[in-house]
Structure formats: structure tokens, C-alpha cells
Design a protein around this ligand. Structure first.
Ligand SMILES: Cc1cc2nc3c(=O)[nH]c(=O)nc-3n(C[C@H](O)[C@H](O)[C@H](O)COP(=O)(O)O)c2cc1C
Length: 190
């Protein structure tokens, strides 16, 4: 009798855990996420694609910004905003996206890459100000190195490339894995 009772209790316990997990998964799967990014030389796109890959069970859209058009962002629970850093700030098309968006999502997070080893803590300032005005909650930020594109030619190219080679190629595999972990941590907060 005791055995039967124990097995019954174990089973109900198991069922409730599974039921809870299914509820959580469904809740997460129903979450709608937008990754919107600006890229000049492709580094940000690689990070965005890496994030999308780890979220394949979610309802997720990727938006590469290449204009200043105003967009209606209704229906998203979370927006992830990404860019390279250009003269100390993120791409202006991304800034305009946030400023001009209709129905900006209730929660947002940011990511960027830059060639400086020192992070640019203020590069998202204009975006944070605009998002705050729209009542969106900031969830966190990710950054990594991003190898710059060598626009130079001749001797200048060689000199610039020497400097860039010191950085190593970034974002590298580890950066992309870190980006995946970042986004998984963000999702837990939504
Ligand atoms: C026009 C231009 C300006 C840049 N300015 C900076 C800068 O001020 N500080 C920095 O650390 N990196 C700077 N970078 C390097 C980029 O931030 C870095 O390479 C980034 O990964 C580029 O991202 P993307 O490939 O998505 O455009 C600049 C790159 C470009 C093309």
C-alpha cells in the first residue's frame, strides 16, 4: 500500500512539474521579439544572427535598418537594438527608429560592437532617452569587440591593418557565444 501511495505521489509530482514546464514554454514561445539593428560593415548582423539562432523556438523577427522610415512596432513584447559604434555613438538610423516608432515595445535591451577595448557606456544614450520617454523598460546591454573594415589603400592600408590585426578577428566565436548567453538571460527577465 505504501509503495502504491509513493508511486502515486511521485507520478502526480512529475505531472505537475511537466505541466508547469509546458506552461512556461508556451508562455515563452508566445513571446514576440524583434531584433532591430544597424550595421555598416556586417559585424552587428553576425551578432544579431547568432542571437536569433539561439532563440529559434521563439516568435522572432529580424529587422536590418537601412532607412529613416517610421515603423509601427506593435505586437512585440521585447525589442533588442544593435549597432556598431561610429564616432562614439550608435548608428543614427537606429536612433531614429526608436524616436519615431509607433507603439514601441514595453521592454528593450541593447548590444553593440566597437574597435576600442574600452566599452562605450554612453553610445546608446540617445536611444535610452527616447525609449524612456516611451515608457519602455531597459533590461541590459551587451558589447564586444568589432574588427573595423579597412577602408584605406596602399601604405595606409598596411599600417591600418597592422593595428586591426592586434585586435584579432571580432566578433569571434566566443563573442557570439557570449551574445547568445546574454539574450537568454534577458529573456528570463521578460
Ligand atoms: C565610420 C566608422 C566609425 C567608427 N568609429 C568608431 C569609434 O568611434 N570607436 C570605436 O571603438 N570603433 C569605431 N568604429 C569601429 C566599429 O564600431 C566596429 O568595427 C563595429 O564592429 C562595426 O560594426 P558594423 O560592422 O556592424 O558596422 C568605427 C567604424 C566605422 C566604419
Amino acid at each position: 500500500m505504501k509503495n502504491i501511495l509513493t508511486r502515486f505521489l511521485n507520478l502526480t509530482n512529475l505531472l505537475s512539474v511537466n505541466h508547469y514546464q509546458i506552461l512556461c514554454e508556451n508562455e515563452h514561445t508566445m513571446m514576440k521579439i524583434l531584433i532591430a539593428f544597424y550595421t555598416s560593415t556586417g559585424n552587428t548582423k553576425r551578432i544579431a544572427l547568432s542571437m536569433k539562432k539561439v532563440l529559434e523556438n521563439y516568435d522572432i523577427d529580424l529587422l536590418e535598418i537601412d532607412d529613416y522610415e517610421s515603423r509601427d512596432l506593435s505586437g512585440y513584447d521585447l525589442i533588442i537594438l544593435g549597432s556598431g559604434v561610429y564616432l562614439g555613438v550608435v548608428g543614427d538610423k537606429l536612433i531614429e527608429l526608436v524616436r519615431n516608432a509607433l507603439n514601441f515595445p514595453p521592454k528593450y535591451a541593447c548590444f553593440y560592437s566597437c574597435q576600442s577595448k574600452e566599452p562605450y557606456h554612453n553610445c546608446f544614450k540617445p536611444i535610452k532617452e527616447a525609449a524612456e520617454q516611451k515608457g519602455s523598460k531597459y533590461l541590459g546591454e551587451f558589447h564586444c569587440l568589432g574588427e573595423p573594415f579597412n577602408y584605406y589603400s596602399g601604405e595606409e592600408y598596411v599600417e591600418a591593418q597592422k593595428k586591426f590585426d592586434e585586435l584579432g578577428f571580432h566578433p569571434d566565436k566566443k563573442d557570439l557565444e557570449n551574445a547568445k548567453q546574454f539574450i537568454l538571460d534577458i529573456i528570463k527577465q521578460v
